[in-house]
Design a protein around this ligand. Structure first.
Ligand code: ZN
Length: 71
């Protein structure tokens, strides 16, 4: 596990801490540049596998039936 240190005072930060306990400096976690395209790909894959595309297409292309006021 990578040790994170405060960029201002150099004291150790907790793994999930953005705020330094000692000096209060914000130390935002830096994400690598590829995290966003990767997240987009994962999102699209999840969408592709989780959503029933045929049902969606049927729903979109099906002619709307006007509500007849119950039957
Ligand atoms: Zn600090």
């Amino acid at each position: 596990m990578a040790e994170r240190k405060c960029r201002r005072c150099g004291s150790n930060l907790g793994v999930d801490d953005d705020l330094c306990q000692v000096c209060g400096e914000r130390n935002p976690v830096r994400h690598p540049w590829y995290i966003w395209p990767l997240a987009a790909v994962i999102f699209l894959l999840a969408f592709y596998f989780l959503v029933d595309l045929e049902a969606l297409r049927d729903y979109v292309t099906r002619p709307r039936v006007a509500p007849s006021g119950g039957d």
